[in-house]
Design a protein around this ligand. Structure first.
Ligand SMILES: Nc1ncnc2c1ncn2[C@@H]1O[C@H](COP(=O)(O)OP(=O)(O)OP(=O)(O)O)[C@@H](O)[C@H]1O
Length: 436
């Protein structure tokens, strides 16, 4: 990965050390900020995303350990390397037990520093690859779902291309990630081609520094995904050229090491899809397509998921809520969930945030569902965050998710179903400053 997308915060009360480290790291293309006190450092961490922090173990206004435990609580994904004097080796080792990824002794040698930073990122990437999606996917109870999971496993094991049809937020992307994780190419990329008309610039034609890249956005993403899995969202809206390209991808690839599995998704009905796609493509992908159910009327699944998201909220928000009051469950299971899993997830997160006791109380129902007679007037926060990949709404959705998650970026990323790094990039892109 390019260092250009990585931000490092250097914390040291010695200005010379800060400036020296900054000049070394800037030459390696890192984005670098400095802070001369823990107070200033905390402020900076709240204002902008950092991937790694180099922190002096002894700071005048607070202990480096205090800062370390604060930062790990604030955002456990930020890597911290402690900087120590020779006499401090014992505390450095101690700091690793408290969550630092490494330590480095002063005086610092540039090569040793780069090596340690490199190792820290490599280790993190390995861990992320291993745990990337597994936290997010759970299997729902019931016969219908167990058939679905068997089908997904078959798709994964045999490296098959598949179309997934499902209403908004029924878990199409999650299913694609599951197939990837269960499949044979975990060490290869998982790439999303978001065919939303207003999708972000990642899908626009890219121009290289010394010439132009005249491959279509779809073919660029296909190349990027080589040997891995390409997920095509909103397949129904591919233009004719892209449909022909997709047909080529699906029919001409050989099953060798470079084989790229393609999982396509759409929200629209088969009839509508048939009207939009060229017949050859439609006929090819409609066979064996996977249809994801909606939540409406599935009481057992809704209550299972509500409890699952409660556990997730407990862990992420550091809460200890043990149960959901039966009256709340009745309301949850009776609701139609037009925004499907996303809406339910947002609802439970909100409930967890509003709950101080061990049980989500019945008194919370009006807050969650508003006035029953005016269902459409539910708060904005409870509207499903569906359009998150659409540029028009993206900033708004990010702010909404950060507000809902009370600034907790791990939680916000999960709400948006994007990884933390993507969230950080978008926070930067749209200049969103989460305050908490
Ligand atoms: N099996 C699952 N286990 C846990 N969470 C899930 C599961 N399926 C979906 N979710 C959660 O539900 C939300 C919506 O899922 P996802 O983004 O996969 O839906 P989608 O159908 O791809 O959405 P869209 O209609 O926007 O394309 C996400 O927050 C995701 O984490």
């Amino acid at each position: 990965m390019d260092n250009i997308n990585r931000n490092i915060l250097v914390i040291d009360d010695n200005l010379t050390v800060c400036l020296m480290l900054k000049s070394w790291l800037v030459k390696k293309d890192f984005g670098v900020e400095t802070a001369s006190s823990v107070k200033e450092a905390k402020q900076k961490v709240k204002e902008q995303p950092f991937d790694l922090i180099l922190c002096d173990i002894r700071m005048p206004d607070a202990d480096g350990f205090d800062f370390l435990s604060w930062v790990k609580k604030y955002d456990s994904d930020i890597l911290v390397i402690m900087m120590t004097g020779y006499a401090d080796i014992e505390s450095a080792v101690e700091s690793m037990k408290s969550g630092a990824v490494d330590y480095i002794s002063k005086p610092i040698e540039p090569e040793q520093l780069f090596k340690k930073i490199d190792e820290a990122f490599t280790l993190q990437e390995r861990v992320l690859r291993q745990t990337r999606f597994s936290d997010n996917f759970i299997k729902f109870p019931g016969e219908e779902y167990s058939k679905l999971y068997k089908e997904l496993e078959h798709t994964a094991e045999n490296n098959l291309h598949r179309l997934i049809i499902g209403d908004p937020a029924t878990g199409k992307l999650s299913v694609a990630k599951y197939i990837y994780e269960k499949g044979t190419h975990l060490s290869e990329p998982f790439v999303i081609f978001d065919n939303d008309k207003s999708a972000d610039s990642a899908n626009s034609y890219r121009t290289s520094s010394n010439g132009s890249d005249d491959r279509s956005p779809l073919m660029q993403k296909f190349q990027e995904a080589k040997g891995g899995l390409l997920y095509i969202r909103q397949t129904a809206y591919l233009d004719i050229n892209q449909q022909n390209e997709l047909l080529g991808i699906l029919t001409r690839q050989k099953k060798d090491d470079d084989f790229t599995q393609v999982i396509m998704s759409t929200e629209i009905s088969k009839d509508e899809l048939q009207r939009r796609l060229i017949p050859k493509l439609y006929n090819l992908i409609i066979q064996d397509c996977i249809i994801l159910p909606t939540l409406k009327g599935k009481k057992e699944v809704i209550s299972f998921l509500a409890n699952h998201f409660l556990q997730f909220a407990n862990t992420t928000l550091d809460k200890k809520i043990e149960a959901i009051d039966p009256a709340v469950l009745v309301r949850l299971t009776g609701y139609a969930w037009p925004g499907n899993i996303q809406e339910l997830k947002n609802c439970i997160i909100k409930a967890a945030l509003l709950t101080e006791d061990e049980i989500i109380p019945a008194s919370i129902v009006p807050e969650l569902f508003g006035d029953k007679t005016k269902n459409e007037d539910r708060t904005l926060l409870l509207n499903p965050i569906q359009g998150l990949r659409k540029e028009y709404y993206e900033k708004e959705k990010i702010i909404e998710a950060l507000e809902l998650a009370k600034g907790n970026k791990t939680m916000a990323a999960s709400i948006l179903n994007i990884d933390r790094k993507t969230l950080y990039n978008k926070i930067k892109l749209y200049n969103v400053f989460p305050n908490n």
